[in-house]
Design a protein around this ligand. Structure first.
Ligand code: GSH
Length: 207
């Protein structure tokens, strides 16, 4: 299997954590690819050229959630996705993924040149994130032992990782202490520590 990724993509990070936690890294080749270039090696497999993309034989699987489910099935262990039918779990997953989407949109906006940035968008995303962090702070339970890894918790890990990496909410630890403690518990998991976003891998936003 081959996973096309970039080191700072939060969606690819979820897949990499899943692969590591499922013990599949010896069966997956990681290919760090450039994005938004017509000669991207992803395009022959999936014309949209987006990552993460998992290629296994003729199968080219996009969407972090699908890749997570596929890797779980391959390994018979590791992070899970919520089963359709378990609607509360599906709902929780959906909210966490939406939070990740929102943080991703916000961080991309902050990386545009100052004249290209939308003040409206920045303010709307800041308000949305603060609202959700307040919700998380009153509902998250800090794990007492090994933190459960699943698509839901990994979306939160990836979203909070982006939020911190781009310093979107200075002072968030003091404002949301339960979220901070939850995040610290997850950051101690080796696969999570090993996949944190890095300044060395930061590439300029192309468009
Ligand atoms: N819904 C997708 C989101 C994937 C995504 O946003 N990928 C970005 C990188 S983080 C991408 O491929 N951007 C390049 C492009 O749009 O050409 C998922 O859950 O995997």
């Amino acid at each position: 299997m081959k996973l096309f990724y970039t080191p700072n993509s939060p969606y690819a990070r979820i897949c990499r954590i899943t692969a590591m936690a499922a013990g599949l890294m010896d069966r997956i080749e990681l290919d760090w690819v450039p994005l938004r270039t017509p000669d991207s090696p992803v395009i022959p497999h999936a014309t949209l050229g987006r990552i993460p993309l998992l290629v296994d034989g003729d199968l080219a699987l996009s969407e972090a959630r699908h890749i997570c489910a596929y890797l779980h099935q391959k390994a018979g262990t590791g992070p899970t996705v919520a089963a359709y039918g378990d609607w509360p779990a599906v709902a929780a997953e959906g909210h966490s993924l939406a939070f990740l989407d929102a943080i991703t949109v916000w961080s991309r906006e902050t990386r545009r040149s100052e004249e290209d940035r939308s003040a409206f968008m920045l303010a709307a995303e800041a308000e949305r994130a603060e609202r959700y962090l307040a919700h998380l702070d009153s509902t998250l339970v800090v794990p007492a032992a090994a933190p459960p890894l699943n698509f839901n918790t990994l979306c939160l890990v990836a979203a909070l990782g982006m939020m911190r990496f781009y310093d979107l909410i200075p002072g968030w630890r003091a404002a949301y202490p339960t979220v901070a403690a939850w995040s610290d518990a997850y950051d101690a998991v080796p696969a999570i520590a090993d996949t944190a976003p890095s300044q060395d891998a930061l590439i300029p936003l192309t468009r």
